[in-house]
Design a protein around this ligand. Sequence first.
Ligand SMILES: Nc1ncnc2c1ncn2[C@@H]1O[C@H](COP(=O)(O)OP(=O)(O)O)[C@@H](O)[C@H]1O
Ligand SMILES: [Mg+2]
Length: 292
Amino acid sequence: MSIIAARKENTTTAAQPAAKAPVREVAGTAPVATRGQVDIANVRKSFGATEVLKGVSLSVPPGGVAVIVGPSGSGKSTLLRTINHLEKVDGGYITIDGELVGYEVRGNKLHELREKDILKQRTHIGMVFQSFNLFPHLTALENVIEAPIVAQKRSKAEARKRGLELLDRVGLKDRADAYPRQLSGGQQQRVAIARALALDPKILLFDEPTSALDPELVNEVLDVIRELAKSGTTLIVVTHEMGFARDVADTVVFMDQGQIVESGTPQDIFANPREERTRSFFSKVIEPAFNI
Ligand SMILES: Nc1ncnc2c1ncn2[C@@H]1O[C@H](COP(=O)(O)OP(=O)(O)O)[C@@H](O)[C@H]1O
Ligand SMILES: [Mg+2]
């Protein structure tokens, strides 16, 4: 069977996933991040006749922070959605700590996982969207503890204790009993971040987490993400906040037209872009006074 025919049945020729990330301990220091290695290998995705991901490869090490920037329509959201298998891929594969996302190898083919296994796998991958997507009829705390109770069968008492710790971490312990409509956009987004952390994910994905916020509320959300970046959680963040990208990213990834045009340190990408497309994009989005 050809690869294209195989794909139609959700199978394809298997590529070997990367080995599991090693466990490392460094004596006398804070634990080094040992989980959350993301490997995206030659991922392709089409909607109808339009190929929106044209062979994207990207690796993020445990505890790494990758910030993806690029024009609207370049495929950033689609790429994030393939990482937790909200979108199936048409080619290539993604692994997290060596485990294939959305597929398993049987024979020498990739077969899509059953829905139950996809949902289980997704609990390792937290996602925060532009529109906070909180349940309006649940309080902040209830929003945070819903998944641990339903998906992980945690006791209510245990989930509440952990939920309050997480709300404290995002600066909202005193608003635990507030409903989303009683919270500002920035506060709602911070609840959404606490909710994403509640399942103790290996990686966290952010899709333009501050784009729906009034300008004065952007920083309170970025500050929470900055703290997460320091804590050793692997983060992949799509944003237009270039100052944040410069300060927080280990790797800045510039995407255009379904491809990674280039990636590198903030210094590489902002100060010394190799590609004309990158230069042209930044000349439109970055203020002249932006300091590298
Ligand atoms: N579900 C879908 N069906 C059809 N086309 C889609 C779908 N989702 C995204 N697209 C198209 O894919 C391209 C990339 O979109 P997207 O990943 O949302 O880009 P970005 O997040 O960089 O703005 C766009 O042309 C968009 O219209
Ligand atoms: Mg998008």
